[in-house]
Design a protein around this ligand. Structure first.
Ligand SMILES: Cc1ncc(C[n+]2csc(CCOP(=O)(O)OP(=O)(O)O)c2C)c(N)n1
Ligand SMILES: [Mg+2]
Length: 801
């Protein structure tokens, strides 16, 4: 691995940068331990120390070192630079630095840059009513909490896409680097465009240890590590040592070198048009874990071992010798040289670091973006499919959406603030119209057989749902917009990343200084009911269940039943901020139920009676509810059967697009008031509900409703395989015949009178089974079924049967 030797720092610079580092280290230790006596003006006593010692020291000195040197680089080069802290458990470090630079006190004036503010800074950390221990949303300049490890690099790349002047310095923990998401995010080097995008500078923090183990990358030797990092497309530079002055010189020299390299890569691509794939520089920083902390505690080595990970001296209140060691440790930073009599950082500690919004904690990229703007959205109504009568025609909803997305892409091409990400599925999900106006980002080799690959393409495809999600999050967190299209089953891969993002959104709602960020939009298609090619492994609608666990304020779930409703929902989602929107929609041909005008009304209501499909005259015997495209189809086919066989049964059809409307108004902002819910679903008639996903979710959402005891939900109950579309619904008892049987079973007066009809339905299911097993496809009456009634003849009218 290359080492850059050099002594770029003058004695004065060296002294300033080292003093700054000591100040940050002092403030970090103070946060972990101190409740009072912040400047050690009196001898340290047990009552000055927190009773519960919570936080992470080990990673902190390294993070402080990096921050100090980034400050130097930003000033020297007037860089637009932000940092992402992979080992986000080092919260004390970033909080300390933002306090030193003043950005913390600007956001939180009571934590002022004086002794009273320092006391608050220390007390609040990991303290009830205070702040979290990580680089959470509360920390100025953070777009990455780093609590759940693994996402730093993907976030960093997401931030630099379409931000050509931005550099993100991303500290990657050597333990973090063992995670799947981090491991695959190195491949971002094949996507980042030196012309249109900014640059990421990964800094692999090789402090050697995790919580209780060595880090793999620290134990494979420099050769193997170098090969690995080169293999990912980087040119790694090593900075190693435990002598602060030597490390300062080496890190400064190396940063100078790699920043020159980044500038050179961008210059050759931007001015000379050199399109050869860049071998982006990165730094491997090998310094001791827990550096400058207690060396040996109770006879065991602590510094430079995993024992320094959390709190190296844990028995302060029981052991006077631990208290004495803590005092000695704090004094080792010479606080009297770092802070003046009022507790302010001394001038020479901070007069050289960035000012204004060049401060890492104040860079607008980290707070909703430097130039946030809404998307230009073409009028989605112009993309409508024409619907002369419900179900008379069919379309592939996502293909229709793709045409609108293409024009969204074009309309925002100059603003460069819209991206589509996906794991190799944009085309499979039938959104390929976007390729008429842009390509897929790709800096690697190309062959004549390739299609739509483009070094500056705006679609990002990599077969890593983690990286897709991380990129998009980084993009959104820096104020731009996007859509993640994914197979429904495999979006579960990012369950946990979704969790973290949803938590972030929840927290920023209460931070007055955080600006809203564009919503995270999922388009889940290739869904459970239409996995014709793939079968069981690809059938899982459970992401919705996962999503609705999160705070109601930040999540929205939409199940548009056809093309026009999908357009209307997508337009709504791309305009929104601070939400996670989940849209589940099919890509296969399916009936167009609603004209665009009706679709807009229906989506605005979120759910409603389809009067053209109902014949209840306000007094239904049964409510047939449905949510999702396939359940809607089966419900309408069931309604047709009921009309044919039980013509005097009064059926009301209610379709649900916005799932959250089922909750009560006090549970979710979209929740339907009880009076309205009761009017739609009645308080005493049976409700047969066909739902796209696992049926229990509907019960979960509606359990407080008056009519819950009469709610009978059909949905996916984990019966799947590679079979025909109709066999899938039969296997899960959500088919039209079974829905009719449900009605007969639930409507009290029907039982005996409709016994023959019920038997017919059972027989139909048997015939279906035999037919599919013989012919390998669905029965003609299923394949050719269309809604036979004409809406123009009035609600529920029968035009031709
Ligand atoms: C995904 C995930 N798994 C496990 C943990 C628990 N954890 C917190 S810190 C840590 C070790 C991190 O080691 P490293 O990345 O090397 O950080 P550093 O040494 O800088 O503290 C682990 C396993 C976590 N935060 N996230
Ligand atoms: Mg480590």
């Amino acid at each position: 691995m290359q080492i850059i030797d050099g002594h770029p720092l003058s004695d004065d610079e060296l002294s300033r940068i080292d003093s700054y580092w000591r100040a940050a280290n002092y403030l970090a230790v103070g946060q972990i331990y101190l409740l009072a006596n912040p400047l050690l003006r009196e001898p340290l006593r047990p009552e000055h120390v927190k009773r519960r010692l919570l936080g992470h020291w080990g990673t902190t000195p390294g993070l402080n070192l990096v921050y100090a040197h980034l400050n130097r680089a930003v000033v020297q080069r007037d860089l637009d630079l932000i940092q992402v802290t992979g080992p986000g458990h080092g919260g004390p470090a970033i909080v300390a630095n933002t306090w030193l630079e003043g950005s913390y006190s600007e956001r939180y004036p009571s934590v002022s840059q004086d002794v009273a503010g320092m006391a608050r800074l220390f007390r609040q950390f990991s303290f009830p009513g205070g702040i979290p221990s990580h680089v959470a949303a509360e920390v100025p300049g953070s777009i990455h909490e780093g609590g759940e490890l693994g996402y730093s690099l993907a976030h960093a790349y997401g931030a630099v896409f379409d931000n050509p002047d931005l550099i993100v310095a991303c500290v990657v923990g050597d333990g973090e680097a063992e995670t799947g998401p981090l491991a695959t995010a190195w491949h971002s080097t094949k996507f980042v465009d030196p012309v249109g995008d900014g640059a990421v500078l990964p800094i692999l923090h090789l402090n050697g240890y995790k919580i209780a183990n060595p880090a793999l990358l620290a134990r494979i030797g420099d050769d193997e590590l170098t090969s690995l990092l080169r293999g990912y497309g980087h040119t790694p530079y090593l900075v190693a040592g435990d002598d602060p002055h030597a490390v300062h010189q080496q890190l400064a020299a190396t940063l100078d070198h790699v920043l020159d390299q980044i500038a050179a890569i961008q210059a050759t691509a931007r001015t000379d048009g050199n399109r050869e794939r860049a071998r982006w520089p990165m730094i491997v920083l090998r310094t001791p874990k827990g550096w400058t902390g207690p060396d040996v505690v109770d006879g065991l080595p602590v510094e430079d071992t995993w024992r320094s990970h959390q709190v190296p001296l844990a028995a302060i209140h029981e052991r006077p010798d631990h208290l004495a060691m803590l005092e000695e440790w704090l004094h080792s930073y010479r606080p009297d040289q770092l802070f003046d009599a009022d507790g302010r950082p001394r001038t020479d500690i901070v007069d050289w670091i960035p000012a204004g919004d060049r401060r890492l904690g104040a860079n607008p990229h980290t707070n909703g973006g430097r130039h946030p703007r809404d998307l230009e959205l073409p009028d989605f109504r112009k993309y409508a499919v024409s619907v002369s009568s419900p179900g008379a025609t069919s379309s592939e909803p996502t293909r229709v959406l793709g045409e609108w997305l293409r024009d969204v892409m074009s309309a925002n091409a100059d603003n460069r603030n819209f991206r589509i990400v996906g794991p190799d599925e944009t085309e499979s999900n039938r959104l390929q119209a976007v390729y008429e106006v842009t390509g897929k980002a790709w800096q690697a080799e190309t062959l004549p057989v390739d299609e739509h690959l483009d070094p500056s393409g705006r679609v990002l495809e990599i077969l890593s749902e983690h990286t897709c999600q991380g990129w998009l999050e980084g993009y959104l967190l820096t104020g731009r917009h996007g859509l993640f299209s994914c197979y429904e089953a495999f979006v579960h891969i990012v369950d946990s990343m979704f969790n973290q993002h949803a938590k972030w959104l929840k927290v920023i709602r209460d931070l007055h200084w955080r600006r809203p960020i564009p919503s995270l939009n999922y388009l889940l298609t290739s869904h459970v009911w239409r996995q014709d090619h793939n079968g069981f492994s690809h059938q899982d609608p459970g992401f919705i269940d996962h999503v609705v666990n999160k705070k109601a304020e930040v999540i929205r779930v939409y199940l548009p039943p056809d093309a026009n409703t999908l357009l209307s929902v997508a337009d709504h989602c791309l305009r929104s901020r601070n939400y996670v929107n989940v849209i589940v929609a099919g890509k296969q041909l399916q009936p167009d139920w609603l004209s665009m005008d009706d679709a807009i009304l229906h989506c605005t209501r979120g759910l409603g009676i389809w009067d053209w499909a109902s014949n209840d005259d306000g007094t239904p015997d049964v409510v047939m509810a449905c949510a999702g495209d396939v359940p809607t189809l089966e419900t309408l086919a069931a309604v047709h059967l009921l009309r044919e066989h039980l013509p005097d049964l009064r059926v009301r059809v209610v379709n649900v697009v916005d799932l959250m409307r089922l909750q009560t108004a006090d549970e979710h902002p979209h929740g339907l008031p009880d009076a309205e819910y009761n009017a739609l679903f009645t308080t005493d008639e049976p409700v047969v509900f066909a739902y796209h996903g696992y049926p229990w979710l509907i019960h979960r959402l509606a359990y407080r409703r008056a009519n819950h005891r009469n709610l009978h939900v059909r949905g996916y109950k984990e019966e799947g395989t590679t079979t025909t579309p109709f066999d899938m619904v039969v296997m899960n008892d959500m088919d039209r015949f079974h829905l009719v049987m449900d009605v007969i079973d639930r409507v009290p007066r029907l039982g005996e009178r409709a016994a023959l009809v019920r038997q017919l339905m059972v027989d139909k299911r048997t015939q279906h089974r035999a037919y599919t097993r013989e012919f390998g496809q669905d029965m003609p009456e299923i394949l050719d079924w269309t809604w036979p009634y004409d809406a123009s003849a009035g609600p529920g009218a029968i035009a031709s049967v």
